[in-house]
Design a protein. Structure first.
Length: 262
């Protein structure tokens, strides 16, 4: 029991805070180093279990799914940089899977989200997320939607494990890039710049990505502004097929990856 509580608190809090909270909440006196040792041991066992589950599924076949098929399945991915106490950073890859079904009232209702995360490479993370998506109804879903910020590894995994999915670039990331371009062209907190950005966002919402790119290419600018312009031209050109926001909204699809960002 003590080990279970220590590992749960150690997973949720910094080890020093976990030790203090255990003492306050459960009268369990453990040092931060002990909480760390216990938490990391439990984590290592769980990691080994997950690796084995994935290996078994890829060797022996995917397990049978008993739950009814969802009408729509969302799969969102992201990478987050986590800093250690030494100041070094590692990227954790995070995946969220959310089934959506029609309720008796005819309205879409979402089941609870499930999460997959790992410090592993994308190649290792992909099968783990695919196994969770399978468990939630990937193959039987009427529609699958993959949301991401535009990182290449996300779309590579989507193409490999969810080949029929609709791929959508998160609206917030796309709009932030337009704001970045607006600041480069007009300066910070500029009224003309704000008006320009709002016009670009309206075109983006209408699915006019290629029109945006054409207009930006024609724009005469130099120096840092030209560098930012060229970066955004490249990004929006590469992601245009994932930015049909007018169609996505008309179909009732999420266009934001907040489910994984949060």
């Amino acid at each position: 029991v003590v080990g279970g509580l220590a590992s749960q608190f150690g997973a949720l809090l910094p080890f020093g805070q976990a030790a203090a909270t255990l003492a306050d909440a459960a009268c369990i006196q453990l040092s931060p180093s002990t909480v760390r040792v216990v938490s990391e041991a439990v984590g290592a066992r769980r990691e080994a279990e997950l690796r084995q589950l994935v290996a078994d599924a890829w060797q022996d076949g995917l397990p049978v799914v008993a739950a009814p098929a969802p009408e729509r399945l969302y799969v969102a991915m992201d990478g987050v940089r986590i800093m250690s106490t030494s100041g070094e950073g590692r990227e954790a890859k995070v995946g969220v899977v959310v089934p959506e079904r029609r309720g008796p009232d005819g309205q879409p209702h979402r089941d609870a989200a499930s999460y997959v995360t790992s410090f592993a490479t994308a190649a290792t993370f992909g099968p783990r997320l695919a196994l969770e998506a399978h468990r939630r109804g990937l193959e039987e879903a009427v529609e699958v939607v993959v949301l991401g910020d535009g990182a290449e590894w996300i779309w590579n995994l989507a193409a490999e494990h969810c080949p029929q999915a609709t791929q959508i670039v998160d609206w917030y990331h796309a709009s932030e890039r337009i704001w970045e371009l607006g600041r480069a062209l007009y300066g910070d907190a500029s009224r003309p710049g704000t008006a320009w950005v709002e016009r670009q966002l309206a075109l983006l919402a209408a699915g006019q990505v290629r029109r945006l790119v054409r207009n930006w290419r024609r724009r005469v600018c130099t120096g840092a502004a030209a560098t930012v312009r060229d970066e955004q031209v490249t990004y929006f050109t590469n992601q245009a097929g994932r930015m049909a926001y007018d169609q996505y909204r008309a179909g009732g699809l999420d266009i934001g990856s907040g489910m994984v960002e949060s």
